[in-house]
Design a protein around this ligand. Structure first.
Ligand SMILES: Nc1ncnc2c1ncn2[C@@H]1O[C@H](COP(=O)(O)OP(=O)(O)OP(=O)(O)O)[C@@H](O)[C@H]1O
Length: 609
């Protein structure tokens, strides 16, 4: 992954930084020493790598597949070709015009297609790729399928870059910019949210991420990268026609990113190098070997992709990456603090559920349920399997809207509000099935909880202008990790933790949101006895610190020893409500929990499960 581990105050010149610097110096030297033909190949590789890095962001990081990015490259290429030939303007005017035109096209297409999920989006990308290809080919002003010729070279300070060696440096300059912007983005609050998005829409939204908006923004950025590549391509070739911007070329860029390593910036570059170089060799050697003419390299590419997906699912770069020394996280000096939420006084009504109903077709999963929760208390929601607890949890957290009834939180009606809005009002949650980013450190995972407390957007993040906020997030996350007892593992990867610690990490992540209400969805599910003890100790500590909690849990022992009050559900309805002592004595509850030990010193793991 693009992720890092592992030290709080690493030296500035880490082995990885030195390696990066070495590669950069090599890239600076190569255009001087390679033969001209090879320099042109190198330039092409760098241009293709810019497109592939855009796909790393779009496909690798947020999980949206696009076959149509060559078409965005075409928009950039045709825009500058038109402006510099027809209107005689400088390519430096063609660049912003092309980028802007592409952003506009991508934004419009994104608004229409990015709500689609599953296979609809990839199909839509093929459709727009084909449409743009035929628009290029059938527009007389763009020269039809013959294209536009005599595109002028790019000039810098009046010097036209006509030599391939000069052009290689210009391309390297832009590739370095794209790499830097992408790396900054991925290390930011927005980058973490992008990765959370890949884990499913529920998780990102639970922390206040506007999933759709984020998808559109990343889509536009990746399209703009492709457009920049198109600008470089047009002025390097000095002519454009529709062929390099077809869907099959779009698939080729996806090949590069997938084979190289779809989650890695360097994977994009590696893939672009490998595929381009391989194509050169295969085009030379295959006709000689097979003693026939044809596009045999396409068949070899097909086989290569299948083999890569079979044996190196994450692409080839991770196989190399394994041997590289890990990057390290730098803890930034803290100048400011995140804004804090005013907390309601203990006993203030916080959450009120009135006659909540949730119907799935004919099934009333939650049927006319009412209860209240006050600031400072811990309320347990229990019930046998299928009682409707998760559905109730989903109504309160905004995962599902209520069919009818009223749910108010902090005096605001939230029965129809989305999860992000409810989170911003002060609710933070954990998940029944742990949702962490295993390739990121505990620190980075915990920082995700503060997404809604910070403001920096995509562009600020790409330019690294969010450092003050990022520092405040880091320090808040470290504080909450200490609070839950994971402080000394802050720089470990979350994927290395046992389940019990992962659940505790989710609690820390939720606490970073500075919630007025913490919701725990079956936090003890799947934990071993010792892990449950640890979790129970933590929750008791939080209770003593005055944290307001709503907990859905099966484990009777944990619940009975933790909560102030209980709401018991059965068959979608509220069966009983009261203190643990009252609930233990309740005849209806005892019947519903037939066979479960509800005595005070019970240590039932899995309770009614
Ligand atoms: N999206 C859905 N569509 C249709 N039926 C659903 C849906 N979600 C839940 N149900 C049904 O609603 C009822 C209550 O389910 P729910 O998951 O809320 O119960 P639960 O008390 O959380 O159970 P468990 O303890 O097993 O998690 C069940 O009969 C379930 O099958």
């Amino acid at each position: 992954m693009i992720s890092r581990a592992v030290s709080s105050n690493p030296p500035r010149f880490t082995p990885r930084v030195m390696l990066g610097a070495g590669l950069f110096v090599l890239a600076l030297v190569l255009p001087l020493i390679l033969p001209l033909f090879k320099v042109t190949v190198m330039t092409n590789i760098m241009i293709f790598a810019i497109v592939a890095i855009g796909l790393v962001l779009l496909t690798g990081v947020i999980g949206l597949t696009s076959f149509g990015h060559a078409a965005f490259m075409g928009v950039g290429a045709y825009a500058t070709a038109l402006i510099s030939t027809k209107y005689g303007l400088s390519p430096w005017i063609g660049l912003p015009v092309g980028l802007l035109a592409t952003a506009l096209v991508a934004w419009t297409l994104g608004l229409v297609t990015l709500r689609m999920s599953g296979h609809y989006l990839p199909l839509a990308t093929i459709a727009w790729g084909m449409s743009l290809f035929y628009i290029f080919g059938n527009t007389p002003a763009l020269g039809g399928f013959t294209g536009i010729t005599d595109i002028p070279p790019i000039s810098i300070f009046g010097t036209p870059l006509t030599s391939p060696r000069q052009y290689a440096y210009l391309t390297l300059f832009f590739l370095a910019i794209v790499m830097t912007l992408t790396a900054f983005l991925l290390q930011s609050r927005v980058g973490r949210a992008m990765r959370a998005l890949r884990g499913g829409p529920v998780v990102a939204e639970a922390f206040g991420v506007n999933n759709f908006r984020m998808k559109v923004e990343v889509f536009v950025v990746s399209a703009v990268f492709a457009s920049l590549a198109g600008w470089l391509y047009a002025h390097s070739q000095r002519f454009v026609n529709p062929t390099p911007f077809s869907v099959s070329e779009g698939i080729n860029y996806l090949f590069m990113a997938v084979v190289g390593g779809i989650n890695y910036i360097l994977g994009g570059i590696f893939g672009a190098t490998l595929i381009t170089q391989l194509r050169e060799w295969l085009q030379d050697w295959l006709p000689k070997l097979l003693k026939a003419q044809g596009n045999f390299e396409t068949i070899v590419f097909g086989i290569l992709v299948i083999l890569t997906l079979q044996f190196a699912r994450r692409g080839l770069w991770p196989l190399i990456e394994r041997f590289l020394p890990q990057d390290r996280i730098r803890i930034l000096p803290q100048d400011s603090h995140l804004p804090e939420r005013p907390k309601p006084a203990p006993g203030t009504p916080l959450l009120s559920v009135r006659n909540a109903l949730k119907q799935f077709g004919g099934l009333k999963a939650v049927n006319d349920v009412s209860f209240d929760l006050h600031a400072g208390e811990i309320l347990g929601l229990i019930g046998p399997n299928g009682a409707g607890k998760s559905t109730m949890f989903n109504l309160v957290t905004g995962v599902n809207p209520a069919t009818s009834g009223q749910i108010t939180f902090g005096g605001k009606e939230i029965g129809q509000a989305d999860a992000g809005t409810i989170h911003r009002l002060g609710m933070a949650r954990t998940f029944q099935h742990v949702h962490l980013l295993p390739d990121l450190t505990l620190l980075e995972n915990t920082m995700m909880g503060g997404y809604a407390r910070a403001k920096a957007g995509l562009f600020q993040s790409m330019l690294h202008l969010e450092r003050a906020e990022e520092a405040a997030l880091q320090h808040e996350a470290l504080k909450q990790l200490e609070r839950v007892g994971l402080g000394d593992q802050a720089f470990e990867l979350a994927g290395n933790l046992a389940l019990g610690q992962q659940r505790i990490l989710e609690v820390a992540r939720a606490l970073v949101a500075d919630p007025t209400l913490l919701l725990l969805d079956e936090p003890a599910a799947g934990l071993r006895y010792g892990e449950k003890q640890e979790l129970s100790a933590l929750l008791k500590r939080l209770r003593d610190e005055g944290v307001t909690i709503l907990i859905v849990e099966h484990d009777m022992d944990l619940v009975m020893n933790l909560v102030d009050r209980l709401v018991v559900m059965n068959y979608g309805q509220k069966l009983a409500e009261g203190t643990p002592a009252e609930i233990r004595q309740n005849k209806d509850v005892r019947e519903a929990y037939l066979g479960v030990d509800m005595t005070e010193d019970s240590a039932v793991a899995g309770g009614a499960a």
